[in-house]
Design a protein around this ligand. Sequence first.
Ligand SMILES: *[C@@H]1O[C@H](CO)[C@@H](O)[C@H](O)[C@H]1NC(C)=O
Length: 408
Amino acid sequence: MATPLSLFLLFLPFLAPSSIFSATFLVQDTEQVVQQVSESIRNATIARRNLGFFSCKTGNPIDDCWRCDPNWAKNRKRLADCAIGFGKRAIGGRNGRYYVVTDPSDSDPVNPRPGTLRHAVIQDRPLWIVFARDMVIKLKVELLMNSFKTIDGRGVNVHIAGGPCITIQYVTNIIIHGINIHDCKRGGNLYVRDSPRHYGWRTISDGDGVSIFGGSHIWVDHCSLSNCNDGLIDAIHGSTAITISNNYMTHHNKVMLLGHSDTYTQDKNMQITIAFNHFGEGLVQRMPRCRHGYFHVVNNDYTHWKMYAIDGSANPTINSQGNRFLAPDNKNSKEVTKHEDAPRRRWKNWNWRSSGDLMLNGAFFRQTGTTASSVYAKASSLSARPSSLVSSLTSGAGVLVCKKGRSC
Ligand SMILES: *[C@@H]1O[C@H](CO)[C@@H](O)[C@H](O)[C@H]1NC(C)=O
């Protein structure tokens, strides 16, 4: 007779394997992902060269995957196969139906009206969410998303602003594309529905633009984010497999916090790609702030920071490649990096590497860690595209203006 233990093992494969094994299969081979990113940028750049000056190819591998298609509005779901980096496998609502948001209101967060964004995002089935027209959505309380959703703002001008904004908590496979997210406020102390069968009490939120809490397979692309109460995009509490790309961030203090707390070691699995973003006017610090885990920061344009660009505590690995860092005139803010909350004897071992970064106006990146490690030698030999390409790679950062029937 089988013991209870072997019975458990016998039936294990028939239980939801994704929830049981998620922690193990989420962790990707960092070197391999970094290599794929470099290769896709290289491929896109070669394709651009071959097509000549007047083609729409930008050399940005995410954009070149869909923007040149004049029928992008008929082929919206192709976007789901265009991500690169650690969030590459986020499919959003690719395998579901379209949901058209027609109503910008959010009057009843427990029983959201059909046609509202809240009614769309709480559904159990995968959905590709689009908008019938331009709209400003001022939410009453955080938008608690359910898994397998894409919010696609292409072709219209959609703002989520003036109230609480987006929360991605304990769910997977979310794509957010082409949305203006700004002036996000704290809010809560209300009942909120997060799925067709469940609603609960929500305490007051931080007021982030996009808050990722225990989320995985997340891709935030071509959004414009500014002026929120806490972070523009924060990812904490065991979140991983995230790509943050092609965004335009402005007018904000603490831009991105990636990691829950220095003692929350589950975040050692955190893997995030930050690519082709423009960190612009009015930004102060944390682009990003990292705690544990692995961060690939590639081909971003840093044109404004008041204090520093990238900081970390708790021994994160930061691989900075092919970025452009333009330091402010203030002579005390030239350093791109800031090692925080630890004595020098500890942080001098954190693996923070810069390769192919362009340093302007006195900017400097304080590299630490094992310079001779084979991983880093290899990473710099493959390297990202030269930083001289950054301005063209990021020229479309933020929400794009797309017209149906024309390449975007
Ligand atoms: C780059 O192009 C080569 C040749 O076309 C192709 O085999 C490879 O899969 C491409 N790599 C990526 C990451 O897109």
